[in-house]
Write a protein that binds this ligand. Structure first.
Ligand SMILES: [Zn+2]
Length: 203
């Protein structure tokens, strides 16, 4: 059987929490020593909608994810180009030859952009050894996220969170199956209606 090393471990995702809500502690190294922080595990429903600079990053990541899962050459091209604007750093710019629109060419390019953007989105996440339940349970590995955005991208990366595929909504939710892409029935029908309006030329 082929191993899927990327899916081999799933660690709990933890964030700072007020004392009353804490499920454990971590000692976080700081330039001056250690800071003791109270933390709790978080789930999809704890994530708030993304704001500010996380929004364009989130839409680029969402476009890549959906283009990759649909294996649609046109969507892949649009998503790769959009990601290219965000990853425009010296030396990393990839010149794509759009004369070859085969999936064999487009899929690896899209996956590369996806992993690049995700690694950027996860840059502040740290692997820590936390002390669940004040030491009642043995210390365990966890992913510590310093803010809502990094927690959102972490849950997205481990498949425990989706953001509603309705462009006008983008509410975070926990999918009940890998096929669920809208957070509600209404968002699904709104998007399908918008698409069919666009197709028939009315707006
Ligand atoms: Zn929605």
């Amino acid at each position: 059987m082929r191993r899927l090393p990327l899916q081999a471990i799933t660690l709990p995702v933890i964030m700072d929490a007020p004392n009353d809500d804490a499920e454990g502690w971590i000692g976080m190294p700081t330039p001056r020593g250690h800071s003791l922080r109270s933390v709790r595990t978080i789930k999809g429903e704890d994530i708030l909608p993304l704001r500010g600079r996380s929004r364009p990053l989130d839409s680029a990541i969402a476009s890549l994810r959906s283009a990759i899962s649909l294996r649609d050459p046109k969507l892949l091209k649009v998503a790769i180009e959009a990601a290219g604007y965000l990853t425009a750093i010296p030396g990393a710019t990839t010149e794509y030859d759009w004369s070859d629109m085969s999936l064999k060419k487009l899929m690896p390019a899209a996956r590369w952009e996806y992993s690049f953007l995700m690694s950027f989105a996860l840059r502040d996440v740290k692997i820590v050894l936390w002390s669940p339940e004040n030491g009642i349970k043995p210390p365990a590995l966890a992913m510590y996220c310093p803010d809502n955005a990094s927690a959102s991208f972490t849950l997205l990366a481990v498949g425990k969170l989706s953001l509603c595929a309705n462009k006008k909504c983008r509410v975070p939710f926990t999918p009940s199956s890998p096929r669920q892409i809208y957070h509600s029935e209404q968002c699904g029908s709104a998007t399908r209606a918008r698409r069919s309006r666009n197709r028939t030329g009315r707006s």
